[in-house]
Structures are given as structure tokens and as C-alpha cells.
Ligand binder design. Structure first.
Ligand code: GRF
Length: 199
């Protein structure tokens, strides 16, 4: 099976996916920003890269159409959003429904959207984490594949909490992608079922 990874910046989740030796081929890393740092790493591994610059399109619909065309030209079975910071249109999401995964830096359904670590600290939660989910048209609300929890410490800043969460993102995203590529995930309503034993 083939997968593509969509990024907007640093690309540390992309890097952990590429280093993981997943049971499939990374057909391309695609960025909406030409200067995304992650592109250099992908190139250094000999992975094909592409840029679909959102600033060159007049509307979300036109950007999403170009992005979809780029993904389809790579014949991807799976699309992994990895720090991809554009909200996708319903049309795009429907086109890739069931084969579009996202990593979100909170324990959904708590703290959808941006600045999740600041929100967790100010809410006073003692447990925070990350979620890999299938993408549906509602933002950060699709069926959940896997989550990981970390403690929130009294002395945490956004940065210290964020890096504790990020280490778990790298672990669970690889796990979720592996399960998908092994054909073990199915969606029933809002739940994701995993065939075979959990590790
Ligand atoms: C991650 O925290 C991801 O969950 C969020 O944006 C960040 C991207 O980091 N959506 P990176 O580009 O993978 O390093």
C-alpha cells in the first residue's frame, strides 16, 4: 500500500513515520508551505516531495481541489495529516473519507482546535495527551483510533507539556498508520474497531 504525508512545518511526526519502516511505501510528502522544514528531511531520505501553496489559490475549494489532485496522482491508499495546518473542505474530506488520518495534540473530545497545551494548563486538567483519529467534516471530531495520556505537572509550561505530548504523538501515529496499512482498522459509527490483538 501507498501513503502520503501532509505537513505544514517542522515535520517531526512525518519524520517518525518515515523512520518507522511502515508496511507500505511513502509515495510523497506534500506541504502547503514551500519553506516547511520537514521537506528537507523528506528529500534527504529520497522521498518525493510536492508543494501545493495555499496562497496561490483564490478559495479553499480551489486549493483543496489541487491538493486532492496531487494526492490522487500518487495513488495513495492512506493520507496522513501530520501537523497540516489547513482546515479542509467537506468535499475534500468526503473524497478521502475512511483513508484520512490526523494527529491532534489533546485527548479529544477535550480541546479541539489550536493552542491545546495552553488550554489544558488553564483548564487545570491533570491528564493531557494526543489522539489519532479519522478525519470527518466536523473539526477534530472523527472516529478515534488511538490515544496516549501524559500527566500535567504543576511546573509545566506550554513547552514542557507540549514536548511530553509530542513524544507520545510520535509513538501512537506510527502505531495507527501501521494498523491501517495492515488492514486491521474498521469504522463502525463513531468507533474504530481493531482486528486482532492489541499490543
Ligand atoms: C503536532 O503537535 C501535531 O499534533 C499538531 O501540530 C504539531 C506538528 O508538529 N497538529 P510536527 O510538524 O509533526 O513536528
Amino acid at each position: 500500500k501507498k501513503y502520503v504525508i501532509l505537513i505544514s512545518g517542522r515535520g517531526s511526526n512525518m519524520r517518525s513515520l518515515l523512520e518507522a519502516d511502515l508496511p507500505g511505501q511513502c509515495a510523497a510528502v506534500i506541504s502547503n508551505r514551500p519553506d516547511a522544514a520537514g521537506l528537507d528531511y523528506a528529500r534527504s531520505r529520497g522521498v518525493a516531495t510536492a508543494v501545493v501553496d495555499h496562497r496561490q489559490f483564490a478559495s479553499r475549494e480551489e486549493f483543496d481541489a489541487a491538493l486532492a489532485a496531487e494526492i490522487e496522482s500518487r495513488e495513495a491508499d492512506l493520507v496522513l495529516l501530520a501537523g497540516f495546518m489547513r482546515v479542509l473542505t467537506e468535499g475534500f474530506v468526503r473524497r478521502f473519507e475512511g483513508r484520512l488520518l490526523n494527529i491532534h495534540p489533546s485527548l479529544l473530545p477535550s480541546f479541539p482546535g489550536l493552542t491545546t497545551h495552553a488550554k489544558a494548563i488553564s483548564a487545570g486538567v491533570r491528564v493531557h495527551g494526543c489522539t489519532v483519529h479519522f478525519v470527518t467534516p466536523a473539526l477534530d471530531a472523527g472516529p478515534i483510533v488511538i490515544q496516549a495520556a501524559v500527566p500535567v505537572l504543576d511546573e509545566d509550561s506550554e513547552e514542557t507539556l507540549g514536548s511530553r505530548v509530542l513524544a507520545q504523538e510520535h509513538r501512537v501515529y506510527v502505531q495507527a498508520a501501521r494498523w491501517f496499512l495492515e488492514g486491521r482498522l474498521s469504522i463502525q459509527g463513531n468507533r474504530v474497531l481493531l482486528a486482532g490483538a492489541r499490543p
